[in-house]
Design a protein around this ligand. Structure first.
Ligand code: HEM
Length: 118
């Protein structure tokens, strides 16, 4: 149940990250997309943390859990900094793409290392 929610939030969060970037790079702004982006990333984070507490054989001592924690903080943080007004377009684009790369890395870590470690 929680795991299914986590899987849905992965794609919803990514969708709103892409949409928000698309809006900003097209010189438009949407409070709704910004809010949905923040909420979906918080839901991804919350469902992940909740699983660490609720699934008995997973703990913060697992290396991949720490990688994912750092990954989501970087992904969210880079998304916020990149799309702040006042940065030049190339800087914004670079930081936004870096956030996307961190997301992809975190996803790959989950897919490649999660099952064998458990
Ligand atoms: C960018 C953020 C994240 C992405 C892309 C992501 C991706 C994934 C994926 C793809 C899986 C399924 C792996 C499989 O095939 O079994 C998964 C499961 C899981 N994730 Fe995340 N995740 C993210 C953030 C987090 C965070 C922040 C936590 C908590 C610290 C977390 C904890 C978990 C747990 C506990 C599981 C389930 C383990 C199991 O029962 O198999 N995730 N995640």
């Amino acid at each position: 149940m929680l795991e299914n929610a986590h899987f849905i939030f992965i794609w919803v969060s990514l969708l709103f990250y892409l949409m928000r970037g698309g809006f900003v790079f097209a010189n438009k702004s949407s409070k709704t997309i910004t809010t949905l982006n923040a909420l979906s990333s918080m839901a991804l984070f919350g469902s992940g943390i909740a699983m660490v507490f609720l699934i008995s054989n997973i703990s913060f001592a697992n290396g991949w859990v720490m990688t994912k924690l750092i990954g989501i903080l970087l992904y969210v943080g880079l998304g916020i900094i990149a799309l702040k007004p006042g940065l030049s377009k190339p800087t914004s684009l670079f930081l936004w793409l870096l956030g996307l790369a961190v997301f992809a890395y975190t996803f790959a870590v989950a897919k490649l290392f999660l099952e064998p470690i458990i």
